[in-house]
Design a protein around this ligand. Structure first.
Ligand SMILES: [Zn+2]
Length: 158
């Protein structure tokens, strides 16, 4: 499957939210969970808190999971400005969200963050995590890498 016009619409929104996350003093990450009919279920930025597991995707998935079970989320899509890390891919799997669309690859993010202790990138493709599951998760990405890099420009201390 290729990205749909709706996918691009939500990627545009998630890229803008990632920039806002940076502008508000958080790491430049954002995610949204969108129902099959295009209804926005949840959106989140990275939280700068003591909780180091509060990645944007986890935050958005938790909000979605508090409203809907796996059967209802099977048709939903997780949009993220960067490829979900192994933890967030696991979170996607356990929430039941059946589709992921991301902008920048984990490999590109690693190039940007280097060894910055603020983001010691866990470089494992999300497709590898999903392939270990008991049901398929559709993944589309990377898309619009250059655009996605903009929010990260000069942010990380490599
Ligand atoms: Zn993550």
């Amino acid at each position: 499957m290729n990205a749909t016009p709706r996918d691009h619409e939500f990627l545009t929104r998630v890229l803008a939210l990632a920039q806002r996350s940076r502008d508000e003093g958080h790491h430049p990450f954002a995610a949204m969970v969108v129902a099959a009919d295009g209804t926005l279920i949840s959106e989140a930025m990275n939280a700068s808190s003591a909780d180091r597991t509060a990645h944007a995707e986890m935050n958005a998935l938790r909000l979605a999971s508090q409203q809907y079970g796996p059967a209802e989320l099977a048709g939903a899509t997780l949009y993220s400005n960067a490829e979900p890390c192994a933890m967030c891919s696991g979170g996607t799997y356990w929430s039941g969200v059946g589709r992921v669309v991301y902008a920048m690859s984990e490999a590109s993010l690693l190039e940007l963050t280097g060894s910055d202790p603020e983001n010691p990138t866990l470089s494992l493709p999300c497709r590898t995590v999903f392939a270990a599951g008991q049901r398929p998760t559709e993944v589309i990405g990377p898309l619009r890498e250059e655009e996605a890099r903009a929010a990260h420009k000069d942010f990380w201390r490599k």
